[in-house]
Ligand binder design. Structure first.
Ligand code: HEC
Ligand code: HEC
Length: 198
């Protein structure tokens, strides 16, 4: 089973590369200005989302293209969160490119040695998210160092169909609550993403 999913993962990576999604060029300086409205949550260490309770995701070190994808997903209703929708819905394509360029300029994650051994549950994840949660493509989120409770929340949302990305729905659908716990703990313990200073 794991092997079959592994092969599927490789195919999906290959087709994503072939599709070669185009992204608008962003202006990081303008993104910094636009990013002022994000500071109240994303620039505060362990800022809590109140219901359900989890820490607001770290954006420092996140892939710029993934940030674009995520913002567009809120606006398109593929992810739901009231505050993020109200922010994303007012952004133009160029604003999104600028914000993504700005966040990407805050720091790029490099591969280092993994902290601890990847759990067997991660066998299928590495094809896209890398051995330590540093993803192989810009469109995929880095997971290394992300808040553990946010990773749990995200995986449960995919599993429940509350986030509609077809690739992740397939992989998260195979996971038990225990698998999710183990995976979130592993990725959160890697060195990587950070909360930027305001
Ligand atoms: C009131 C707090 C708040 C503000 C202000 C806010 N966010 Fe968020 N943001 C959140 C929360 C909470 C989530 C996770 C929501 C979910 O469950 O999908 C999130 C998720 C995101 C994600 C997805 C991260 C990931 O790993 O998938 C991005 C990208 C993002 N925000 C960018 C922004 C940008 C850019 C701004 C400013 C224009 C902004 N946010 C303003 C609270 C906030
Ligand atoms: C074929 C590539 C692929 C594989 C394999 C894969 N993912 Fe993903 N993952 C993605 C993509 C693409 C996204 C962004 C989807 C979206 O837009 O919501 C994502 C998103 C995520 C997120 C949300 C991160 C955030 O910041 O919100 C988590 C957590 C995650 N994956 C964990 C996993 C785990 C755990 C596995 C293995 C069980 C796995 N993924 C396997 C491609 C993959």
């Amino acid at each position: 089973m794991l092997r079959r999913l592994g092969n599927l993962a490789v195919c999906l990576v290959m087709s994503a590369i072939a599709a070669g999604t185009a992204f608008a060029e962003g202006d990081a300086a303008n993104g910094k200005i636009l990013g002022d409205t994000c500071k109240g949550c994303h620039f505060i260490q362990k800022h809590k989302n109140s219901y359900p309770v989890f820490y607001v995701p770290k954006l420092g070190g996140q892939n710029g293209e993934y940030i674009s994808v995520a913002l567009k997903s809120y606006a398109a209703g593929e992810r739901s969160h009231d505050t993020m929708l109200s922010h994303a819905a007012t952004l133009t394509e160029q604003d999104i490119a600028d914000l993504s360029a700005y966040f990407a300029s805050l720091g790029e994650l490099k591969t280092a040695s993994a902290a601890g051994k990847a759990p067997e549950q991660a066998a299928t994840c590495v094809a896209c998210h890398g051995e330590q949660g540093i993803s192989v493509m810009e469109q995929y989120p880095n997971l290394a160092g992300q808040h553990e409770n946010y990773l749990v929340h995200a995986l449960k949302q995919y599993r429940a169909g509350e986030r509609t990305n077809a690739v992740m729905a397939g992989f998260a659908g195979q996971l038990s609550d225990d698998d999710i716990k183990v995976l979130a703990k592993f990725y959160a313990s890697q060195k990587g993403l950070f909360t930027p200073d305001p």
